[in-house]
Design a protein around this ligand. Structure first.
Ligand SMILES: Nc1nc2c(ncn2[C@@H]2O[C@H](COP(=O)(O)OP(=O)(O)O)[C@@H](O)[C@H]2O)c(=O)[nH]1
Ligand SMILES: [Mg+2]
Length: 346
């Protein structure tokens, strides 16, 4: 699962990337594409860890990719390499600059940048869909596929991203192989100057983001980078000075997690308290396979305690005594926050 940080040069992508990953990649225009792992903050893991005092506590992880977003030869639009790098991502996080960057001549224009990026993606998709449609019509291909491509074509021609269409309106299964950009989940980050760190998204931008079928939030990358460098005690004072409740990074990472339709289940014990990542809707058997392939192969049953039930009774023993322990088979659909003990035999 990989989220790409995309956007125009100097918008703060690498600054956000560093704050999230704890890496120290050089900032400034240009740079190489980088991949980093990010822990997904989760209060429930913190609580379970304080209850079980395990030797090890492991958070869920996500991968973020910092994409430089180099311009094409004409200095306008993205280069073919940048577009390809963007296509390799499962979801996109667009960073919009809303601060004065001394390296750039132009004033911040987040709304303009959002429109520019959106039309860039629209045009790239349109080119793919048009080419494919030409070919398939000539070859007299599958009628359902033609209809799907036509639907995509008219949507893009009317300047709407494919993401805005429902699953009923668009047969996504058929388009999966095309790597279309406007169908990728999108999260828009407005990167404020430090002085505006506590400001929300302006109404107009919020509306624009909604029209694109995307999610949005505001933060200041510089502030997040500073917070990430501070000790916990200093963080609180710093946040208060800025009028912030908590680091926006936590919300950002959790929003990205949800954007990919990812959920966590937990395993607990004296050795390790751990969050495991699965896609929403996954059943117990493949979910057990995330822990170890033996658990999937030799799956017998899963003993399940939803997090809230566990917290209500305070211990696994108390849950059992109250008759609230769920014994589930392989077809059980795992919910976010389920605590699992997998019984297996290989
Ligand atoms: N004032 C201010 N400067 C920032 C902010 N975020 C990034 N910068 C600066 O803008 C420049 C470009 O940032 P960078 O993260 O390299 O942008 P990228 O090209 O999108 O990766 C660097 O000098 C950063 O220190 C911010 O929130 N406020
Ligand atoms: Mg960069």
């Amino acid at each position: 699962m990989k989220i790409g940080l995309v956007g125009f040069a100097g918008s703060g992508k690498t600054t956000v990337f560093n704050a999230m990953t704890g890496l120290n990649v050089p900032v400034g225009i240009g740079g190489d594409i980088r991949l980093g792992t990010v822990k997904v903050p989760d209060d429930r893991i913190d609580t379970l860890s304080s209850i079980f005092s395990p030797k090890k506590t492991t958070y869920a992880e996500m991968r973020f990719c910092d994409i430089p977003g180099e311009y094409g030869a004409d200095k306008k639009g993205l280069s073919p390499r940048a577009l390809q790098q963007i296509r390799d991502q499962e979801a996109l996080c667009l960073v919009l600059r809303d601060f004065v960057n001394p390296d750039l001549a132009d004033e911040p224009d987040p709304t303009g940048d959002l429109q520019a990026f959106s039309s860039e993606c629209l045009l790239a998709d349109l080119e793919i869909v048009e080419r494919r449609l030409d070919r398939i019509r000539k070859e007299g291909g599958n009628a359902v596929e033609i209809a799907t491509l036509e639907k995509a074509y008219t949507t893009l021609m009317s300047e709407h991203p494919l993401r805005a269409l429902s699953d009923q309106e668009l047969n996504r299964e058929l388009l999966r192989g095309y790597g279309l950009l406007t169908d990728r989940p999108l999260l828009v980050i407005l990167n404020h100057a430090e002085t505006n760190a506590a400001n929300d998204l302006p109404r107009t931008l919020k509306d624009e983001i909604e029209t694109l079928g995307a999610g949005g939030l505001a933060l200041s990358a510089s502030v997040e980078a500073e917070i990430a460098d501070l000790d916990l005690e200093d963080q609180a004072a710093f946040l208060e000075d800025l009028g912030l409740q908590r680091s926006a990074l936590t919300r950002f990472i959790r929003t990205s997690y949800a954007l990919l339709d990812l959920i966590s289940f937990f395993t607990v014990g004296p050795d390790e308290v751990r969050a495991w990542t699965i896609t929403r809707g996954m059943t117990a058997r493949p979910a057990a396979g995330r822990i170890h392939s033996d658990l999937e192969r030799g799956f017998i049953r899963a003993e399940v305690t939803p997090y809230d039930v566990f917290m209500k009774y305070g211990s696994e023993q108390a849950v059992k005594e109250a008759g609230r322990l769920q014994v589930e088979g392989k077809d059980y659909v795992v919910s976010d926050g389920d605590i699992l003990h997998v019984r297996f035999n290989v």
